[in-house]
Design a protein around this ligand. Structure first.
Ligand code: XIL
Length: 370
């Protein structure tokens, strides 16, 4: 039942009127492994401060997921990204199918280009993600392996990837989306089927062995609601801590919607409950979908702005929340178009021409609030 994100939302409305992004907005095909060089912090500082300036002043991270194709081919994308953010997450370049497309054949070029870009621009890169049910290469997804073989494959992968980026990536989403939305139990995956529930403990231990300095996170969506999902994630984390598994934090993805969003008291309460477990909380993938809105666009964008601003304020209120990453930053490139097929959605904080949306201004206000 759980597989796709926003399953409940998608059931209500799946927009598939257009076949994809307008041609002029398609990310170019990936070829080069170099990235557009953007002069960091172009001399616009007489003007309003960027999100990055405000976040630096508060000693927090404000970031965006990076579309490598856009980074390599769209100069404006690269410039706005490095001006506005001090943290970055690779949208796809560090997933299993990207890093080990054939058995034993590791391909780090794209992920290395991402990490180099981050360091050249003084940004903190996040490793995303070591263990997930999705983005697996066909040889793994369709193969038939014994428990020992799967454990070997997973340990080898985690060890090689975390070691490759040791000293360069200090925060990892180790396990991603392992809890079922409806039941709160562990959800189906090749890892659960082939290894059993302790694959999660193993993954954290192997990541810790490979880089004891790294901050290790469990990352999931839907934990901002009062739900079986929250309860399931909470008890998973509680169990990990009780067993002495090396986990430092929980990523709350925060894929949200202008039409359905949780009561803010619930969001804060859930954050506080995670914090009370002794975990850090990072907002890891925030976007706010608009395409099922029942009201006019200016009103929708105002609601969207309120949601973004409120979540940023919530994070600032909880001491252990020190990183807010959006799942993209411009409506020109978003997984909501490419993966969720909601072609007219405008989920991010810059419009498709890189103009600030009301959400951007709301985040600025939140970051300026003492
Ligand atoms: C998505 C990417 O944005 C897409 O480009 C890709 O095709 C599929 O994955 N939760 C996560 C992210 O943890 O890794 C997902 O990213 C979005 C949902």
């Amino acid at each position: 039942m759980r597989r796709q994100l926003f399953s409940c939302i998608l059931l209500i409305c799946i927009l598939s009127a257009c076949s994809g992004l307008p041609t002029g907005q398609q990310p170019a095909t990936p070829q080069a492994t170099t990235v557009q060089k953007a002069p960091h912090a172009t001399p616009t500082h007489k003007g309003p401060k960027t999100l990055r300036d405000l976040a630096d002043a508060r000693h927090i991270h404000i970031g965006a997921a990076v579309n490598l194709d856009a980074l390599q081919h769209d100069h404006d994308y690269s410039r706005v990204l490095s001006d506005e953010f001090n943290a970055v997450t690779p949208e796809t370049a560090m997933k299993f199918d990207a890093l080990q497309p054939q058995p034993g054949d590791y391909t780090f070029q794209q992920a290395d280009a991402f990490v180099n870009y981050a360091h050249q621009h003084g940004m903190v890169p996040r490793g995303h993600t070591l263990v997930w049910y999705s983005a697996l290469p066909p040889w793994l997804q369709n193969g038939s392996y014994s428990r020992d073989q799967l454990m070997y494959i997973l340990k080898d992968y985690i060890t090689k990837v975390v070691t490759h980026y040791k000293g360069q990536i200090n925060v990892w989403d180790v396990v991603n989306e392992a809890v079922d939305d409806d039941t709160g139990q562990l959800s189906d995956s090749i890892w659960l089927r082939g290894i059993g529930p302790d694959y999660i403990d193993m993954a954290f231990r192997w990541a810790h062995e490979a880089n004891p300095q790294a901050q290790l996170f469990y990352n999931d969506y839907g934990t901002e609601w009062s739900s079986k999902k929250f309860d399931g994630v909470y008890s998973l984390l509680q169990g990990l801590i009780q067993r002495g598994v090396p986990i430092n934090g929980v990523g709350m993805q925060m894929h949200m919607h202008t039409q359905f969003y949780p009561d803010n008291a619930t969001v804060l309460q859930n954050m506080q409950r995670f914090a009370d477990l002794g975990l850090k909380i990072d907002i890891t993938e925030m976007d706010v979908l608009t395409s099922e809105t029942k009201v006019d666009m200016p009103t929708t964008l105002k609601i969207q702005a309120d949601i973004y601003g409120t979540v940023v304020k919530d994070c600032l209120q909880i001491k252990v929340c020190q990183s807010i990453v959006f799942w993209g930053f411009t409506d020109r490139y978003t997984w909501v178009h490419s993966d969720l097929h909601r072609d007219s959605d405008q989920p991010l904080i810059f419009d498709k021409d890189y103009r600030h949306k009301p959400a951007y201004d709301a985040i600025v206000q939140a970051l300026k609030t003492p």
